[in-house]
Design a protein around this ligand. Structure first.
Ligand code: CP
Ligand code: NVA
Length: 304
């Protein structure tokens, strides 16, 4: 039996496959541009969504994406399923595979996603782990393309925690050829091996301490919460990250028409000022909407 088409991380997929998924996302958003959007390619198919962490966007956008493509969903939270009482992920994977056509998992540990994918006989989609968030970055890339055109010659600057979302941006830079500058305090910078991997792939990725240097000439500034799910808040963490807050001064150091992105949820006054996230350069609502369209592309690629 052919192995299922998992969507686990952007570094595991080739550029042309990712391009296809993004193109499908754009076509689903603008049905006139793509005939595929007119039909319901996932009629009769069901997605199970397994959540070990909270979610608003991922849950709602996956559910609506499935329904709008003709399919159905089942939602499980760890707390009210047997997983929460210690049933192995491997057993859960084999059971769910007998009921549904694909599994989306949001988990506390990447190893659990890997176990799900190893034992499932249906496609498994990464809905966020402690280490990455690839579905988010597919929506972000769609948003960047909508506002700025082709990705290849663009400069994206990340300012803040070098977290799971930053990791998927690094994978994307290696796959799509844009320049990515990550500005983070040293203890929170992405792992050296990750940067080495990206560079070995031809990725234009740099890691800096200075957020102003990172955003100079950038087309897009991105940040994320200082306290990801599962991470402990502390005064030290707050103080380390304060210089990386995306405020009007930092936005002004980028290109005058630079856009601001944030995967949300955001904390105004921490990683981003209210004036920036609610200001004219912010495209965060487009970005949130694009989760729906990008995920249609991902679901269609996994299942159709
Ligand atoms: N950006 C994102 O994944 O949001 P949720 O946690 O609400 O799903
Ligand atoms: N880095 C954040 C992203 C939330 C969508 C977290 O992991 O909590």
């Amino acid at each position: 039996m052919a192995s299922p088409r998992h969507f686990l991380d952007l570094d595991l997929l080739k550029s042309d496959e990712l391009r296809r998924i993004l193109d499908m996302g754009h076509a689903y958003k603008h049905p006139a541009a793509g005939a595929a959007a007119k039909n319901q390619p996932l009629a009769g198919r069901t997605l199970a969504m397994v959540f070990e962490k909270p979610s608003t966007r991922t849950r709602v956008s996956f559910e609506l994406a499935m329904r709008q493509l003709g399919g159905d969903v089942v939602v499980l939270s760890a707390a009210d399923s047997q997983m929460g009482r210690g049933e192995p992920v491997a057993d859960t994977a084999r059971v769910l595979s007998r009921y549904v056509d694909a599994i989306m998992m949001r988990t506390t540990e990447k190893s659990k996603l890997d176990e799900m994918a190893a034992y499932a006989t249906v496609p498994v989609i990464n809905g966020l782990t402690n280490l990455s968030h690839p579905c988010q970055i597919m929506a972000d890339l769609m948003t960047l393309e909508e506002h700025k055109g082709g990705l290849n010659d663009k400069v994206v600057a990340w300012s803040g925690d070098g977290n799971n979302v930053a990791t998927s941006w690094i994978h994307a830079a290696a796959r799509f050829g844009f320049e990515l500058r990550v500005a983070s305090p040293e203890p929170l910078q992405p792992a050296d091996e990750l940067i080495e991997w990206a560079r070995a792939q031809g990725g234009k990725v740099s890691v800096l301490n200075d957020p102003e240097a990172a955003v100079r000439g950038a087309d897009c500034i991105v940040t994320d919460t200082w306290v990801s799910m599962g991470v402990e808040a502390s005064v030290n963490r707050h103080n380390m990250l304060a210089p990386y807050r995306v405020d009007e001064r930092l936005m002004a150091a980028a290109k005058p028409d630079a856009i601001f992105m944030h995967c949300l949820p955001a904390k105004r006054g921490e990683e981003v000022s209210a004036a920036v996230i609610d200001g004219p350069q912010s495209v965060v609502w487009d970005e949130a909407e694009n989760r729906l369209h990008a995920q249609k592309g991902i679901l269609a690629w996994c299942l159709a």
